[in-house]
Design a protein around this ligand. Sequence first.
Ligand code: GDP
Ligand code: IMO
Ligand code: MG
Length: 438
Amino acid sequence: LARASTVTSRSERGACMSVTVVVGTQWGDEGKAKVIDLLAASHTIVARYQGGHNAGHTVVIGDQKYALQLTPSGVFYDTVTPVIGNGVVVDLPTLFKEIDSLESRGISTARLKVSSLAHLIFPWHQAIDAALEAARGDSKIGTTLKGIGPAYVDKVKRAGIRVGEVLNITSFEAKVRERAVAARREVSDIGGDTFDIDQVVSDFVAYAQRLAPYVADTVNLLHDARERGEHILLEGAQATFLDVDHGTYPYVTSSNPIAGGAAVGTGLGPRHIDRVVGIAKAYTTRVGMGPFPSELTDDLGDKLVDIGREFGTVTGRRRRTGWLDTVMLRHAMRVNSLTEIALTKLDVLDTFEEVKVCVAYKINGEIVRNYPDTVERLAQVEPVYETLAGWMSSTEGITEFSQLPRTAQDLVKIVERETGIPVSMVGTGPARDSMVVR
Ligand code: GDP
Ligand code: IMO
Ligand code: MG
């Protein structure tokens, strides 16, 4: 905890209030939750701003490991109010399962607030997600099948049901029934699994009653806290290259994980954001389909999976792995206005004889430094690598930059050189305190 407070106090340099966004710079699972858990010690609010239970955020505290899908990663501090912001799509069965699991492990969720403006996920969204994926055949996206895309479609179509509506149970029940009838028709039209309308309605009336005490006007809650001088942390799910606008479309999620999404998804204004921490793994992983220039499909890729334990928290799928790609990080720096990078999982590279970093792309023999704007162009790129001799010694648990092996320091410096921003943290293990803070 002492270390965690140092992280924030050093970077805030005496500011009386601050809003910090934590955002993924690759394709997810960069270790966002660990950094949020570390920073949360000196913040009073941690708010999720987009996505839903497609996220799997792992926090390791002592010998305990927690995998969170919806609850903000600040929940482990009794000084923090965890907030599910308006930009999130909320699956109530998952939320309550998570609350029960945390409570059974002695973690209080009583302070949790859920935005009245957030949208709800219903079973038909999952049925539609599955049916659409099946219909896509070989060109499937590889979604988490959690109904995220279809729930956002209903939001944009202005056909969604929002969290605040649970406060009037009679109209909520009528609305769920009306939507369920229409959705069942849609689901059967596209060959999806059908569902029992009465069962869904009665389940959701019970969920609604349980949700009511958590419902809040989180937009004003966040502004009031900020104006009182409190420090707020905004937790991104997914990542820059899964962003529906800036990612590798159509192999993306249906929300805006980039830092701009934090304003949309919480109601804080863009000028209220003071600091944007981009989380980058010291190599790259991706779950699901889509182009991946620095992918390793050989033994080295398997080694990254084994040592980095690269299996999805939510779906258990094996993650695709490859070398670090600074063309991506430079683009992430631009679209998120990153102020710094936290480079995680450096220790996973400890036993690699060579460590490569992609620093540019070649398309038809020509060097390209900007990230291509279509997946078709991205599929044509050939990565240009800088190769470092592996350090071949353990970095696990190191907390001082000067203690890192020379070539490990060189890797950090390449990231700084290519992005033009500082690497303020370096991850050296899953545990809360396995982190170099500079
Ligand atoms: P998130 O979705 O970005 O929060 O990341 P995940 O929790 O899905 O995946 C990151 C995984 O790496 C988790 O199992 C973490 O416990 C683990 N992790 C985080 N930082 C480090 C690190 O510096 N070293 C190692 N070895 N593991 C880490
Ligand atoms: P965190 O927050 C990694 C991927 C899915 C799929 C695509 C679309 O833990 O980093 P969706 O179900 O969102 O419609 O799937 O996005 N995906 C993730 N990959 N980490 C995540 O979250 C992800 N959330 C979604 O694998 O390729
Ligand atoms: Mg994850």
